[in-house]
Design a protein around this ligand. Structure first.
Ligand SMILES: Cc1ncc(C[n+]2csc(CCOP(=O)(O)OP(=O)(O)O)c2C)c(N)n1
Length: 663
């Protein structure tokens, strides 16, 4: 068999598996895998550094299928190269409930899947984080241990999505030369030709952002290999536009949107089998082709062995630290570090904004945890995310800093932080205003879905923003974030709760966390000397009533101090009142029912207070409770006046409670 013949047959194995699996599932996307089979065959067969027997090898090249609808491309490859846990039966169960081959690639579900993709553009933007993490980790541990590439296959959809622009600009600025993007330039999307909706010169666009860009025939294995090899030598990120035919091999449907997202049908599949000279039954790969693929799977064995030897030979301390970082384990001193912060905050006692509290905590944490990498979407001095330990920026060529200037690119930042966390070796945190969490939301959702540890520092968390007005005053964002499963949303009331929130966020290894922080100063409320991390329960009684409580006040963040002041007034008026601080709904909902009941208490009047919409509170306080908060958008003006305008005041809370008591 000639090399060309061998290549064609290896690529046709992907095409056959893709069309057969989609046919069996009666759903899926055969066109993209069939079109990109040649590119994928060269990449996995000749270039990609990977070892199917150790899918988590830290120095493997990363492969990201940003065009996640083409998942059968990835599943076929994982099966063909011999990943344990991807069998032909898994391929036959494509898109079935509980299978390892879900509709779109899911991180943590299928071995060999580096990130969850499907929402177009996210994978491409994740890849920027992967490639940046590789450079940063190499800067810290040396190229002996860290020296790999990040490869992406994306489609027209990924490049049309706005997030791609942010990702491309970040990668260009950071000169991520080991990031190589293969664009499936097939001129087709769901609705038809790309010309329906796009007239962009993509190569010029990438070049304008500091990339090297080239166009090749995506069905010519020599051109593909040459382009990949060249891309590895440049000092810029690379775009390789691979001109392909979607559904390559399908006799009547190839090159059209008919092959994008539907089974081909028996007749078209028979025609494709004939055209591709593929005479085998569905799901049958002849042994010489499977052997060729399995050999490709062994290609990096030696590289892996040499790497393992280098790790073994590394100094003991360096090796232990590298392994700890890759495992994502926190250093044992973290507890002491936070305890010191809390002791000092109690000694200092003054009022501080929780964004400042977060900065105080971060100063200590980032000094103790070299894996923390910070950043902000151009609001560093508002988000208070930069510390002494992270004062050096991450910039080429050294990449030895710990702070990323993401620019005004919230979505790109959030997606890249996912990539950094998924790469391993780092715990990313990044800031913007809470109101702009909407700009990050698709990536936050994916962080939660994937279960990756990312922390969002969202400051300016209410109408307390004041003069910037309703465009900058979040009202529905907290509720919207609380709606995302597996996302911890913390709204701490003082420095102690902020330190506890940071601790819990870092310990939440299986999901992301939000810290919603104030711009305005707040008094220290947790003045007791207890070392208990009370935030861990999500809600707790901060102040008890003098006698059996008539009123329970529930609040989060800046409204907890308001509740405490209202309690004083009510107690003075002879109304026994308790205050429950609610820094984290999700953690509270995880408590056993009995302890939740105790925290909620039996007071006949319950009032929840939050300078945001009510949505979500009923699950804690009940729909019969009163609520002091927002019902619409905010207003521009000095913060105290805005709070007064909306009745979110001590008097407002007192009057609400008294009227509920019929007084
Ligand atoms: C954010 C987002 N919007 C819409 C979709 C639905 N969708 C899936 S594939 C696709 C078309 C993608 O076109 P292209 O990238 O050219 O893929 P190809 O047709 O070449 O397979 C769309 C709109 C999606 N997955 N993600």
């Amino acid at each position: 068999m000639s090399n060309r013949e061998k290549h064609d047959r290896m690529a046709n194995a992907i095409r056959a598996l893709a069309m057969d699996a989609v046919e069996a599932a009666n759903s899926g996307h055969p066109g993209m895998p069939m079109g990109m089979a040649d590119v994928a065959t060269v990449l996995f067969g000749k270039v990609l550094k990977f070892d199917p027997t150790d899918p988590h090898w830290p120095d493997r090249d990363r492969f990201i299928l940003s065009a996640g609808h083409g998942s059968m491309l990835l599943y076929s490859l994982l099966y063909l190269v011999g990943y344990e846990g991807m069998t032909i039966d898994d391929i036959k169960h494509f898109r079935q409930l509980g299978s390892k081959t879900p509709g779109h690639p899911e991180y943590g579900h299928t071995v060999g899947v580096e990130t969850t993709t499907g929402p177009l553009g996210q994978g491409l933007a994740n890849s920027v984080g992967f490639a940046l993490a590789e450079r940063m980790l190499a800067a810290q541990f040396g190229s002996d241990l860290v020296d790999h590439h990040t490869y992406v296959i994306c489609g027209d959809g990924c490049l049309m999505e706005g997030i791609s622009e942010e990702a491309i600009e970040i990668a260009g600025r950071q000169k991520l030369s080991k990031l190589i993007v293969l664009w499936d330039d097939n001129h087709i999307t769901i609705d038809g030709a790309t010309s329906l909706s796009v007239a962009t010169d993509q190569l010029a666009r990438f070049e304008a952002s500091g990339w090297e860009a080239t166009r090749i025939d995506g069905h010519d294995p020599h051109a593909i290999l040459a382009a990949l090899e060249h891309a590895k030598t440049t000092d810029k990120p690379s775009l390789i536009a691979c001109r392909t035919t979607i559904g390559y091999g399908a006799p009547t449907k190839s090159g059209t949107n008919a092959v994008h997202g539907s089974p081909l049908g028996a007749a078209e599949i028979a025609g494709a089998r004939a055209a591709l000279n593929w005479e085998y039954e569905p799901f049958v790969i002849p042994s010489e082709i499977l052997d060729a693929w399995r050999l490709a799977g062994l290609r990096s064995r030696q590289a892996h062995k040499s790497w393992s030897q280098r790790l073994k030979d590394a100094e003991l301390d360096k090796r232990a630290e590298f392994e700890r970082r890759v495992r994502g384990e926190l250093p044992s001193k973290m507890g002491d570090v936070l305890a010191n912060v809390i002791t000092k905050a109690r000694a200092d006692g003054g009022a501080v904004a929780t964004r400042k509290s977060s900065e105080i905590v971060l100063e200590a944490l980032t000094a103790a945890l070299p894996e923390m990498v910070g950043g902000s979407a151009d609001l560093t001095h508002s988000n208070n995310t930069k510390t002494k330990a992270t004062s050096v920026d991450v910039v080429p060529p050294a990449y030895d800093g710990r702070y990323v200037n993401w620019g005004i690119r919230e979505h790109g930042m959030a997606a890249a932080m996912n990539g950094i966390a998924l790469h391993g070796g780092f715990i990313p945190y990044g800031g913007t205003f809470l109101v702009f969490s909407d700009y990050c939301r698709p990536s936050i959702r994916l962080a939660a879905l994937m279960g990756v540890r990312v922390t969002y520092v969202f400051t300016h968390d209410s109408i307390g923003v004041g003069e910037d007005g309703p465009t900058h005053q979040p009202v529905e964002q907290i509720a919207a974030l609380r709606a995302i499963p597996n996302l911890l949303v913390f709204r701490p009331c003082d420095t102690v709760e902020t330190a506890e929130a940071w601790k819990l966020a870092l310990e939440h290894k299986t999901g992301p966390s939000v810290l919603a922080l104030t711009r305005q100063n707040l008094p220290l409320l947790r003045t007791d000397s207890s070392e208990r991390c009370r935030t861990a329960k999500g809600a707790y009684e901060l102040a008890s009533a003098s006698e059996e409580a008539q009123v329970s006040l529930f609040a989060s963040g800046s409204e907890v101090s308001l509740a405490m002041a209202a309690r004083d007034v009510l107690e003075e008026q002879g109304v026994p009142t308790r205050v429950v601080s609610v820094p984290c709904f999700e953690l509270f909902m995880n408590q056993p029912e009995e302890s939740r009941r105790q925290v909620v208490g039996k007071a006949p009047v319950k009032v929840a207070i939050e300078a945001a919409i009510r949505q979500g509170w009923d699950a804690i306080v009940g729909s019969d409770a009163a609520f002091v908060g927002m019902t619409g958008f905010g207003a521009s003006g000095p913060a105290p006046q805005v709070f007064a305008h909306f009745g979110i005041t001590v008097d407002g809370v007192v009057q609400t409670a008294l009227s509920r008591l019929g007084r």
